[in-house]
Write a protein that binds this ligand. Structure first.
Ligand code: FO1
Length: 321
């Protein structure tokens, strides 16, 4: 079975571990978010691609869900001694090796998709990780800052330095000129099942959908597209989805996120049992809905979620349905 998943960072990567456990024989392609990418100290950092690569490759810092396990921070400490910032985004020594390899390959002219393939040759994540685009399409957040000035800040500054204050708008800078990376359209067209993991609908999945052609390919595919709500109750399981959903005028609820994606994209939607009362609203939007436990407490729970998503996809895929 060929599975294609659109994935952001921590939530997406953890869910993918469940997919691999639930369908060990499947051929899994992951279209990764590049909206979080940032250039720091001359190095290109791709947080969401690295989180998928490290998580599935066994190198992730489990507690954080990003960065390397067993990390040290000698370089960061030296940079601080030089007074070289930013002091709010710390790169670990091991992680810096990834950014050095990536940056020197990009500078040599390799596209990000080829760089990602080369990095994954070491980590062997067990999935084909493809960036949504080889072009730059960084997520910036429009807000009124501490001094009352309306300005756009890079997503990382919004999230890591400012701790996700009220956002007025989200922009994917340059996305309108970006092209899907080689392999992305084939991964969508050739999939038997497409999954939207419980990633951030706006700045992770949304940033991928902002690349022209990807949303259209998903709407056109005959494969069932099944998503899992990142919202349980009225709050995101992790991160700042509530803040960015508010910025795009969407209520923070499982049903509202399904409506945000729309029935042209989604065929099925898993919500947590706590939100079972919202099932009719999702079905009324033309999206098949099931209420199942959605907390990824451990690998077993995550594999069970993945199995539920694949079962719903199978049910949707049956022509008589
Ligand atoms: N998040 C933080 O809260 N503080 C950091 O200093 C930080 C550094 C960092 C370095 C590399 C990397 O891949 C991720 C890093 N993150 C950090 C997490 C990052 O903001 C998130 O992984 C995503 O961009 C949001 O999902």
């Amino acid at each position: 079975m060929r599975i294609t998943a659109l994935a952001g960072g921590v939530g997406g990567a953890r869910f993918l571990r469940g997919v691999l456990a639930a369908a060990p024989e499947a051929d899994v392609a992951v279209v990764g978010n590049v909206g979080d990418d940032i250039t720091l100290h001359g190095l290109r950092v791709c947080p969401d691609l690295d989180t998928v690569m490290y998580t599935l490759g066994g190198g992730i810092h489990e507690g954080q869900g990003w960065g390397r396990a067993g990390e040290t921070f000698s370089v960061a400490a030296e940079l601080a001694e030089y007074g070289v910032g930013p002091d709010w985004f710390t790169l670990g020594d091991r992680d810096i090796a990834t950014h050095l390899v990536r940056t020197q390959m990009l500078d040599a002219g390799y596209p990000l998709s080829a760089v990602t393939e080369a990095l994954c040759a070491r980590w062997k994540p067990g999935v084909r990780l493809i960036p949504a685009t080889d072009d730059r399409a960084e997520t910036h957040v429009v807000l009124v800052d501490e001094e009352g000035n309306r300005r756009a800040v890079h997503f990382q500054e919004y999230w890591v330095r400012m701790h996700a204050p009220k956002a007025e708008a989200i922009t994917f800078v340059g996305a309108e000129k970006a092209q899907p990376a080689p392999g992305v359209m084939d991964a969508i067209a050739g999939a038997d099942v497409v999954l939207f993991p419980p990633s951030n609908p706006v700045v992770s999945i949304g940033a991928i959908l902002a690349v022209p052609g990807i949303r259209e390919a998903l709407a056109a595919t005959s494969a069932p597209v099944v998503g899992l709500s990142p919202i349980i109750g009225s709050a995101p399981v992790r991160g700042m989805a509530d803040k960015v959903l508010a910025a795009v005028g969407v209520e923070t609820s499982a049903a509202a996120v399904a409506e945000y994606y729309g029935a042209d994209l989604l065929d099925g939607w898993l919500i947590d049992e706590k939100d079972a009362a919202q099932r009719d609203r999702v079905e009324a939007a033309g999206i098949r809905c099931r209420a199942v436990p959605l907390l990824m407490r451990d690998l077993d729970a995550t594999a069970t979620m993945a199995r539920a998503a694949l079962e719903l996809a199978t049910e949707l895929g049956r022509p008589d349905d």
